[in-house]
Structures are given as C-alpha cells and as structure tokens.
Design a protein around this ligand. Structure first.
Ligand code: SIN
Length: 433
C-alpha cells in the first residue's frame, strides 16, 4: 500500500511527539512507531530534564555541558540548547507536565557534573510523565495519524532528496511518501546485551543512513551509565538506578564498605572507576548506599526505584543496592545542523538518532530529553516555514515483502558490524547479527 503525507515522523519518544505538536495544524502529519507508542526510551527516563534556572545560569549550564563532553561538543548547538531550555520546560508545563515543586518554585535536583541543582523532575518517573502529557496532546490533533507496529526499513529517495519511507506495517509493506521526513527513531541500546534501553531500539536510523550515504558523526561516543541494577538475566533491559539518587546523597561503596570515587563526577569518569573497582575486587558489581536518607524520603522521592527493587527482593530503605555500568546512551548519530537538517534534502533527524554535537564525547546527565525538545521544535519550525517550496515526485516502489524483509535483516547487520569496528574493546558486549 502507498500513502502520501506532508510530514512523516518516525518514532514516538519525546522528539517525535514534540515535533508533531510543533508542526502547523495545517499540515498532514503521519507518525509511525515500531511497536506501541509507549515502547520508547523517553518513557523510561527517570532523573529529569536539565534547564538553565534563569538567564544568569545559562553560561554555567553551557560550561557544565562542555566540561562533561570533554570539550568535543559543538559550541553553537550547546548555546542553543541552554538558551532555549527554559522556554521548552514552560511548554511542557503548559502541556500538563506537573514537575515537582517546592516553596520557591521547581524542586531542582542535581546529577553528576552539574555545578548547581538545575534538573526538573517528576519524582523518578519524569520520562513517563512527559510522554503521557505529550501523547495526550498528540492524540487530540486531527491532522496527525498514528501507525503503531510500523517499522522503518528504508527511506525512499530521488538522488539526495528524501521523499518518504518504506515500512513494514503490521506485516505488510506500507510506502509513505512525504515532503519532509523526521527521523526520531532513537539510539542503539538494543544492540547491546546490557543496556537500560528498550530492546527494540536497535540503531535502525543509523543503518539506513549508512546504506544511503547520509553523513554520520561521532559514532564512537557511546555512554555507559554507572549505576544499573546488577541482575543475572541475559539480554533483558537493565533497570536504571537514577543518577539523581547520587545527586540526593547516595554513595558508591565496594564490598568492604569503602568509598572509591566522588559520585558526582561526569558519568564516564564514575563508570570507569566502577569498572576498575569491580576488576580490582573481582566482583561483578559495587554497591549504592543510600542509608543516610530517611525511609520516607526514599519512598516519596524514588517511588519507582523503591518498588522495582522491592519486586526483586531488595528493600532500598534498608539494604545496599548492587549496581554496575551498562550501555545507556549514544552521543553520536546522524549529523544535523541546529535545525535538525541532515546531509540529505528534506530529511531531518532529532533526539538520540541525531548528532547535534551538544553532548560532545560524554553527555551531561539529563540533557537528553532537553535535546529532544529543543531540536525537534526547531525542525518543526523549519518545516512549517519551508514546506510550501517542497514538491516531491511519487514513484511507486517495486519491492516485494521478501526483499523488504531482507533489507530489515541487512539493517541489523549494518548497525552491528559498524559498532563492532568502533568499540573493539567492548565488541563482546554487542548482540550478534
Ligand atoms: C538518570 O536518571 O540517571 C538518567 C538520566 C540521564 O540519562 O540523563
């Protein structure tokens, strides 16, 4: 089947949903998602969203982002991120996100490498609350049609112009012809045996970019979160113990109860220190000790972490939490400018699939949802202003279901083989093709 739309959005995380909300209501928008809309990494985000607290905090926020990123960041993109942060947080509040408040306003929390508390949050379920608010608003939009269980397989192109996508929708080929296509298909965590990501997030956008010679950037920058709950259950999504637990005072200790690192250093530094400590003590995990916090505070501030650990037999108000680093985030991706434009005409990328350069070599904690918001809105604005000048020729695809299934298999091996080469030292952490 073939359909035509003005704008195709691939992905239902924060970047995909927020792009849909920021596109003009006059445009016909089609949003596809690989499984169900809520099976996205946004839904899992715990810690919160970074934001400049006020105009004076912007330069400090920029400095913190650059320092965490080992100064490999794109400075212009970082400035845009900081300068547009407060406005986008305000928008989320208008969409109904109820961030935790205290008597002075937002109850900002802290995470590694932030020099001040500047993270807004909804207890430890910020991603789910943001997803629910955005999704409730998208559902009301008459100009947006949603296709679930619809997997991106390839783009349709004429030379270097993107004209839509080939997908498999509920087992059948669906060709979606679009004047503008926004890839918001997420990162690569599903390619790793141990990751906090949804297992379905398997670098599809990256594979398609490789096949179509779309410029990629910083593919070797892969982030390992220091503290996932240690469990012996191969290839299952790892449960995150948010960095905000350390921000609120949690301490990392080894099996002898000794601290071995400042818990609020940048993520890469803390993750490496844990790997070293695990090797030194010949243990597959270290502990997070939150015994200095009151039980009531823990249950109210971290209800999700409390209940998920309880289900697994750990009462975090009384016991240490066994933690270990796992793959968490991909700083690299499809190279984009500050309007999320890729090297292919009419193709945009935002969220984790893209590389704006804001994160440099190591993302500052809680900058991912913010990046998704800021740069998907900029993509939407650019499209609103320019779509009138786009005219695509519809060409019928001659691919059969077998050939499209073959492309799907090729996507997986393209992505895995690329990352095998790039992360030689961690190649055995990747799943096989
Ligand atoms: C966390 O809560 O530790 C994750 C936040 C992030 O990945 O920025």
């Amino acid at each position: 089947m073939d359909i035509c739309t003005d704008v195709l959005i691939v992905g239902s995380g924060v970047a995909g949903l927020y792009a849909a909300l920021n596109l003009s209501s006059r445009l016909n928008v089609t949003l596809i998602t690989k499984t169900t809309v809520d099976e996205c990494n946004t839904y899992l985000a715990q810690g919160g969203i970074s934001t400049a607290r006020n105009k004076q905090d912007e330069p400090l926020f920029i400095d913190d982002t650059l320092r965490a990123g080992v100064y490999k960041n794109d400075i212009n993109a970082v400035k845009v991120l900081a300068e547009e942060s407060m406005d986008n947080i305000e928008n989320l509040v208008n969409y109904g996100v109820a961030f935790d408040l205290c008597e002075n306003g937002y109850e900002y929390t802290r995470e590694g490498a932030h020099s001040v508390n500047r993270i807004v949050h909804c207890a430890d379920e910020t991603g789910r609350k943001v997803f629910e608010a955005l999704w409730a608003s998208v559902k009301k939009k008459k100009n947006v049609t949603i296709y679930q269980n619809t997997e991106l397989i390839d783009i349709i192109r004429q030379g270097n112009i993107c004209c839509g996508s080939v997908t498999i929708s509920n087992g059948k080929i669906l060709n979606i012809h679009a004047k503008a296509t926004i890839l918001a298909s997420g990162g690569i965590g599903g390619l790793f045996k141990n990751s906090t990501n949804q297992r379905t997030v398997t670098g599809d956008g990256i594979a398609i970019a490789i096949r179509n010679n779309i410029a990629l950037k910083d593919l070797e920058y892969i982030q390992f979160h220091p503290t996932a709950l240690y469990e012996v259950s191969p290839h299952k999504k790892r449960f995150l113990i948010s960095e905000s637990v350390r921000g609120e005072g949690g301490k990392l200790i080894n099996s002898k109860g000794e601290r071995f690192i400042d818990e609020l250093l940048p993520r890469n530094v803390v993750a490496n220190a844990i790997y070293e400590e695990e090797n030194r003590t010949k243990s597959p995990y270290v502990f997070l000790d939150i015994s200095a916090m009151k039980g009531e505070f823990i249950v109210n501030r971290f209800p999700l972490i409390y209940s998920e650990c309880k289900k697994r037999g750990i009462d975090i108000t009384k016991q240490f939490i066994p933690v270990t680093p796992v793959q968490h985030y991909f700083m690299g991706g499809i190279q984009v400018d500050t309007f999320s434009r890729t090297s292919m005409e009419n193709l945009f990328a935002c969220g984790e699939v893209s590389c704006t350069g804001v994160h440099g070599a190591n993302r500052l904690a809680s900058n991912s949802l913010l990046e998704g918001l800021v740069f998907s809105r900029r993509a939407a604005k650019f499209i609103n202003d320019n779509i009138h000048s786009i005219d695509i020729k519809i060409t019928q695809s001659s691919l059969g279901l077998d050939e499209v299934q073959e492309l799907k298999r090729e996507n997986r091996s393209l992505a895995i083989n690329k990352f095998k080469l790039l992360v030689e030292d961690k190649a055995d952490e990747l799943v096989s093709c």
